[in-house]
Write a protein that binds this ligand. Structure first.
Ligand code: EPZ
Length: 414
C-alpha cells in the first residue's frame, strides 16, 4: 500500500526510464535468433521480469546488470509458454509468432481479460493464419503449427499495437514480404521494426502500410530502449496537478505532442528542450475536452492520469475513450476522493471540483493506479492507494522518483 500526504507542490527534475512497452517486444525478439541480443536502458519493472522469466522458460539465458539485458542461448526452444506467465501479463502473447516462425510450433495460453474490458487477440490469430500457420484455439490456449511461414498481406481492422508487433516478429523470419495494411505506428512499434532491421530483416513504412522482408536466419543485435512517453506524461501531470514545476529528463518530446497540446490547453506552461520537457502547473487547471486515438493521437494510457487532473479543473471536461471498450477503472476510486465524473458509454463527463480529499482507494490496472496517485498528490489530507503491484508493473522506482520531487509518499506493507 502507498501512503500519500497531498497538498504539496512538486518541484524538481525526474529522469525517465526506458519504455516498458518497447522493452517487452524487444525481449521477445530474442526468440528469433540463437545469437546474443543486448538491450540497454531496460527499466526494472515487474512486467519486464515476467518477460525475462518467459524467455528463460522457453530456453534463453538472460544476464541483467544495471539496465542492460544480455539474452543468449536458445539454440533449441521449447514450444510451450507456461500459462501462469501468460496469464500474468497480456504482452506474453507476443511469443506466439516468434515461436511458430523459429521452430514451427507453439502453445500459448490466451491472455487473461483485464480491467480494460475484453481484449481479444483475433487480429493476431487471423494475421498468423495469413502467414501460413495452422491455428487452433481450445481450452484457454492457442496451438499454432507451420512447416514454413511465408510472407503475406494482412489488413488490420484496427491499428492494434500488439497485432502489428506480433506480425512484425513473425514476418522477420518468414521468407518473402509481409505487408501489414493499417498498422499501429506507436513509437514502441517503430522501435521494434528498427531492432528487427538491425537483426537482418528489411522494413519499409509507407502511407498506409508497413512491409517486412523476412530472412531465413536473423543475427543478434545491440539496441537501446527509447524513453517511456507514458511515464514522462505521468510525472509532468504530477507537476501540473499540484501547481508545481517538474522537468522530465531523457524524454523524446516528439512522442508527447498530442498530450502536451492538451496539457497546455489545461493551463500548464510548457517548455520543451531537445531531450527534456518542463511543466509549470497552473493554480487550478482549466477544463479540456479530448478523445484518445491511436498514435499520433492522445495516448489511451494517459487518459486516466489526465482525468485525474481534470477532476480538479474549473469547468466541465468531456473525455472520449476510443481505443478500449471500458477503460474506466479509475472513475470509482476518484469519486471516493470527491471527484464528480459521469460515465456515458465510452464518454466521461468530468465536472471539476476545487479540492479532492484523501481517501483509501484501490488501483485496478497500471494507469488507473497512476491516476489515483496523481489525485492523492493534489488531495487534501492523507490517501492510501492499494494494489501498488499494478504500479510496480509500469513505473520504475515510483516512490523514490516522487519523493525526489518533494512528494510525501511512503510505501507500506499491508
Ligand atoms: C498495447 O496493448 C499496450 N501494451 C497498452 O499499454 C496500450 O494501452 C495499447 O497498446 C494501446 O496503445 C503493451 O504494449 C505491452 P492493442 P495492446 O492491440 O497491444 C483491440 C499499459 O498500461 N484488439 O492496440 O493489447 C483491443 O481489445 C498498457 O502499458 C482487438 O480487438 O493494445 C483494444 O480495444 C495497457 N483484437 C484495442 O484493440 C486484437 O487482436 C487496442 O488494443 C487486438 C486488439
Amino acid at each position: 500500500m502507498i501512503r500519500i500526504l497531498g497538498g504539496r507542490r512538486l518541484d524538481g527534475e525526474v529522469r525517465i526510464s526506458g519504455a516498458k512497452n518497447a522493452a517487452l517486444p524487444a525481449i521477445f525478439a530474442s526468440l528469433l535468433t540463437p545469437e546474443p541480443l543486448v538491450l540497454h536502458n531496460v527499466p526494472k519493472l515487474l512486467d519486464v521480469e515476467t518477460a525475462v522469466e518467459l524467455v528463460q522458460a522457453l530456453g534463453k539465458e538472460v544476464h541483467w546488470s544495471n539496465g542492460t539485458l544480455r539474452i543468449t542461448g536458445g539454440e533449441e526452444l521449447r514450444p510451450e509458454a507456461p500459462a501462469e506467465l501468460v496469464q500474468r501479463m497480456r504482452a506474453s502473447f507476443l511469443v506466439l509468432g516468434p515461436l511458430v516462425a523459429r521452430i514451427g510450433q507453439a502453445k500459448v495460453a490466451l491472455p487473461g481479460g483485464c480491467a480494460l474490458g475484453p481484449r481479444p487477440v483475433d487480429f493476431h490469430l487471423q494475421g498468423l493464419a495469413r502467414l501460413g500457420a495452422q491455428v487452433e484455439v481450445g481450452n484457454g490456449a492457442v496451438q499454432a503449427k507451420a512447416t514454413r511461414l511465408r510472407g503475406a498481406r494482412v489488413y488490420l481492422d484496427f491499428p492494434s499495437v500488439g497485432a502489428t508487433e506480433q506480425l512484425l516478429l513473425a514476418g522477420a523470419l518468414a521468407p518473402g514480404e509481409t505487408v501489414i495494411v493499417n498498422p499501429a505506428r506507436e513509437p514502441e512499434v517503430v522501435e521494434l521494426a528498427v531492432l528487427l532491421q538491425k537483426m537482418g530483416a528489411e522494413v519499409r513504412w509507407d502511407l498506409d502500410r508497413v512491409t517486412i522482408r523476412g530472412t531465413p536466419r536473423l543475427s543478434g543485435a545491440e539496441h537501446t530502449i527509447i524513453p517511456d512517453r507514458i511515464e514522462a506524461g505521468t510525472y509532468l501531470l504530477a507537476g501540473a496537478i499540484t501547481g508545481g514545476r517538474v522537468r522530465a529528463l531523457s524524454v523524446c518530446p516528439e512522442h508527447l505532442r498530442a498530450f502536451l497540446d492538451r496539457l497546455e490547453l489545461a493551463g500548464a506552461a510548457i517548455e520543451v528542450g531537445p531531450d527534456w520537457v518542463e511543466v509549470q502547473g497552473p493554480p487550478r487547471p482549466k477544463a479540456v475536452d479530448f478523445r484518445t486515438w491511436p498514435y499520433p493521437g492522445f495516448p489511451t494510457d494517459l487518459q486516466p492520469p489526465m482525468v485525474a487532473l481534470l477532476a480538479r479543473a474549473e469547468g466541465r471536461s468531456t473525455v472520449t475513450e476510443t481505443v478500449y471498450a471500458a477503460r474506466f477503472g479509475h472513475v470509482e476510486p476518484l469519486l471516493q476522493m470527491g471527484a464528480r465524473i459521469q460515465v456515458m458509454g465510452n464518454v466521461l463527463v468530468v465536472e471539476g471540483v476545487e479540492r479532492l480529499r484523501g481517501a483509501q482507494v484501490e488501483a485496478t490496472d497500471i494507469r488507473a493506479g497512476a491516476a489515483l496517485v496523481l489525485a492523492a498528490l493534489a488531495a487534501e489530507g492523507v490517501s492510501f492507494v492499494r494494489g501498488e503491484h499494478h504500479l510496480a508493473r509500469g513505473y520504475e522506482n515510483l516512490g523514490e522518483k516522487l519523493c525526489g520531487l518533494g512528494a510525501q509518499v511512503w510505501e507500506e506493507q499491508g
